[in-house]
Design a protein around this ligand. Structure first.
Ligand code: GTP
Ligand code: MG
Length: 198
């Protein structure tokens, strides 16, 4: 429990895990999807934002397999399975892709997504596919660079500039984060609330 976390004061309820990516939620509220490669730190970042453990994290990539839904007073968080897990079966990988596409294209309440990229690595082919999907579907996205604690401050800045060029997203749009060090959480929370209110 971390009382300094941006959403620490909000009551949160685990709604459930749903294999159907279009599963309707009741009551209807704006939804924020968390999207990124397997192991990029989606579940950890959600937990850091709320200051407690709601999403399951793991050292084993590909842990999050379903649409896991958390209800906040004014919105939902959707924890989506990571894509691009190298050792996943072909059927599994197609399944992930289909789920992500369905969420982006068919969820009417989707207010936006938090798209995560590891600050240390260039985007994978799957990341670039997601970039295209997001652009094509005109879903507002907040971009979080994760695991910044693994780099010195100087390297963080250099890496942010590189990632910005590679994915063609302005540097000012990228939020440098660390779930372990607490970096960027307030900034990220403010952007999420911006998505919810628009
Ligand atoms: P899947 O659900 O499998 O797609 O993974 P995920 O994207 O939810 O990643 P998860 O949060 O489970 O984290 C994966 C691994 O990265 C775990 O070992 C975490 O402890 C580690 N990790 C996550 N965030 C950070 C961070 O900010 N800093 C560091 N150093 N490690 C992190
Ligand atoms: Mg996860």
């Amino acid at each position: 429990m971390n009382a300094d976390a941006p959403f620490a004061d909000l009551p949160i309820e685990f709604v459930g895990s749903f294999p159907d990516p279009t599963h309707q939620l009741n009551p209807a509220q704006p939804e924020i999807g968390f999207l990124g490669r397997s192991n990029v730190g989606k579940s950890s970042l959600m937990n850091a934002l709320v200051g407690r453990k709601i999403a399951k994290t793991s050292a084993t990539p590909g842990k999050t397999q379903l649409l896991n839904v958390f209800r906040f007073p004014q919105f939902y968080f959707l924890d989506l399975p990571g894509y691009g897990y190298a050792r996943a079966s072909a059927a599994n990988r197609t399944g992930f892709r289909r789920l992500v596409e369905a969420v982006i294209r068919r969820r009417e309440q989707l207010a936006g997504v938090v798209w995560l990229l590891d600050i240390r690595h260039p985007p994978s082919r799957d990341d670039l596919t997601i970039r295209q999907l997001l652009g094509g579907a005109e879903v507002p996205a907040v971009l979080a660079l994760t695991k910044a604690d693994k780099l010195s401050r100087a390297r963080q800045l250099a890496a942010r500039a590189l990632r910005s060029e590679e994915i063609a997203v302005a540097e000012s749009e990228l939020v440098v984060t660390s779930s372990t060090a607490g970096t960027g959480l307030d900034q990220l929370a403010a952007r999420i609330l911006g998505l919810v209110r628009n």
